[in-house]
Write a protein that binds this ligand. Structure first.
Ligand code: SF4
Length: 334
């Protein structure tokens, strides 16, 4: 079926059973002075073909640093003493296969707000009563080839919400998946979960994406990413899907999405990356952003974030979640 008809003929096919999204922990806690992405290790229990690490795990895993929860707590305490409480987005690889991960998060969330980006291959029941929903939230990435049915996966996200956790979902618009995407989105929306559809960035069959999407493919990805289908769902599903996020979170999502759909040159623009945002790598290096810019070694006793916004040295910002720190972005310099 042509992609265009997938959009024009789209209608919800599941019985709605929306589960409201509890408030984001960013809402119920003092605003964080710093936001960090922590790539805790280059290792995963999946190996998705569209993953940035696919085919390169061995190139990176040698740099992984495995420390016990108590030692991590010492490093983070020193950081918090110096920089205050932070908003920490933990990704990998897969964070939950890092030894002692739940204990690390339990300690970390005492002084910080923690968002875990995970493939949710684990049972939601395993964190209930162990992690604090007032300080910890989840962003579950649906990887069809490993996770199986979208309905089963969406049900796991819904069970995290029922346990009080702010929980969302995302899907990569990998070219071979385009025809299945609307049905997957319906599986989430039926439970009141609005999945973030991310344009695929990378190579498929020798062609570079997102530029290589066909005209219809690009239109479908935009239609899904911008949520142009939501009018097909009732207010209950929409309220459940839209709830729980702060205004800043909404603004950053919108800014990031539009940038990913139409990237523009960032070189020379002032950016807060390195000052109020940083990326902690699995080897302990703190860098400005996913493209580089060394800030310091997190394990050093005198480690600190940069003092001020600096010009972006890169032609394009490669990460939608980071472009929000550039001048003009919702978290950029004034
Ligand atoms: S604009 Fe993007 S690429 Fe440039 S420094 Fe900021 S975060 Fe990095």
């Amino acid at each position: 079926m042509a992609l265009a008809r997938l959009m024009s003929g789209f209608k919800p096919s599941r019985r709605p059973d929306p589960v409201p999204n509890p408030p984001s922990p960013a809402r119920g806690n003092p605003p964080a002075a710093v936001q960090l992405s922590w790539n805790i290790h280059a290792a995963c229990n999946y190996d998705c073909p569209y993953c940035w690490f696919h085919g390169h795990w061995d190139d990176f895993s040698g740099g992984n640093v495995y420390l016990p929860p108590g030692e991590w707590a010492g490093h983070w305490d020193r950081f918090n003493d110096r920089c205050g409480g932070a908003e920490i987005y933990i990704a990998g690889g897969e964070p939950f296969v890092y030894p002692g991960f739940e204990q690390i998060v339990a300690r970390l969330s005492k002084r910080n707000v923690v968002f875990v980006i995970t493939n949710l291959a684990w049972a939601p029941a395993s964190v209930i009563g162990k992690l604090d929903p007032a300080k910890v939230a989840f962003s579950a990435s649906f990887h069809h080839q490993a996770a199986g049915s979208a309905d089963a996966f969406a049900e796991k996200v819904a069970s995290l919400r029922r346990a009080g956790f702010h929980a969302g979902a995302s899907i990569v618009a990998y070219p071979p998946f385009l025809r299945q995407l609307p049905d997957w989105v319906d599986a989430f929306m039926a439970r009141g979960i609005y999945p973030v559809v991310q344009p695929f960035r990378g190579e498929w069959r020798g062609r570079a994406y997102p530029a290589a999407y066909s005209r219809q493919g690009r239109r479908l990805v935009e239609w899904l990413a911008r949520g142009e289908f939501v009018g097909k769902y009732g207010p209950l599903a929409w309220r459940a899907a839209g709830g729980g996020r702060t205004d800043t979170e909404r603004k950053t999502d919108d800014f990031a999405r539009e940038y990913q759909l139409a990237p523009r040159v960032t070189r020379g623009a002032l950016c807060n990356a390195g000052r109020s945002y940083g990326r902690l790598q699995f080897n302990g290096d703190m860098i400005r952003c996913s493209q580089g810019g060394y800030v310091g070694k997190f394990f050093d006793r005198d480690f600190n974030m940069g003092a001020g916004a600096q010009a972006c040295p890169f032609r394009f910002c490669e990460c939608g979640n980071e472009v929000v720190y550039v001048k003009g972005g919702p978290l950029g310099p004034g």
